[in-house]
Design a protein around this ligand. Sequence first.
Ligand SMILES: Cc1cc2nc3c(=O)[nH]c(=O)nc-3n(C[C@H](O)[C@H](O)[C@H](O)COP(=O)(O)OP(=O)(O)OC[C@H]3O[C@@H](n4cnc5c(N)ncnc54)[C@H](O)[C@@H]3O)c2cc1C
Length: 206
Amino acid sequence: MTPRRRIIVIGGSAAGPKAAAKARRIDNNAQVVILQKDPDLSMASCGYPYYVGGYFDDRNMLLSTTTGVTRNPLFYLNAKDIEAKVNTEVTSIDPKKHSVSYKNIATGETGSLVYDKLVIATGSVPSMPPVPGTDLQGITTLQSMKDADFLRKVRDEGKIKKAVVIGGGLIGICSPFWTGSWQNLWKTMSAARARTSSPRTASQPF
Ligand SMILES: Cc1cc2nc3c(=O)[nH]c(=O)nc-3n(C[C@H](O)[C@H](O)[C@H](O)COP(=O)(O)OP(=O)(O)OC[C@H]3O[C@@H](n4cnc5c(N)ncnc54)[C@H](O)[C@@H]3O)c2cc1C
């Protein structure tokens, strides 16, 4: 019997699971493993502003297939024969030994795995402006499910009086949804909108 080659994918948001699923399709015999730092898998980041803004309440919708099945490790195992380890941060890669070391953030357990092929799909990090105060309470980016959970909690507490959005790109433009009351932010956002190239966002409110 042909030995199973092991394909490891680091990162389990958008690109990682896609790469893992493609690997499974092209090599039915391979052992495919996703190592994902976050507790969630395959998050629909595009929906964060709408979840935060209260356009829907079920957090699980950000993590589900169109038929409502949660894309968790059990789903990946049963539907795609892919082993997904969540809360698992890759701490080092040794290309000579073809091995990765990881740490389970929840339990502290460490381990290593050898690979035949390695895919790195660890995404990007938002850039914080180099100004003092960005570490203060109530200041956040909107990049991860953790950020979305934080902002949704803040919104549900109903104590927000003013919100300032720094950045007039796609995510900044979506940000009026964060509070669920974009009208309050319309003036603040206008300047940013005027500089965008999208005809929809540059003309009228949603
Ligand atoms: C609010 C918001 C709205 C968006 N809206 C749209 C949209 O409308 N249309 C659109 O096309 N795109 C949109 N995007 C962009 C889209 O979500 C990203 O392009 C996409 O998520 C990138 O996927 P990725 O897998 O490359 O990286 P990421 O989504 O950043 O995922 C990388 C993953 O790798 C994990 N990771 C990092 N380091 C390690 C490590 N050492 N070990 C293990 N795991 C690790 C991280 O925890 C993370 O889960 C939006 C993004 C945001 C944040």
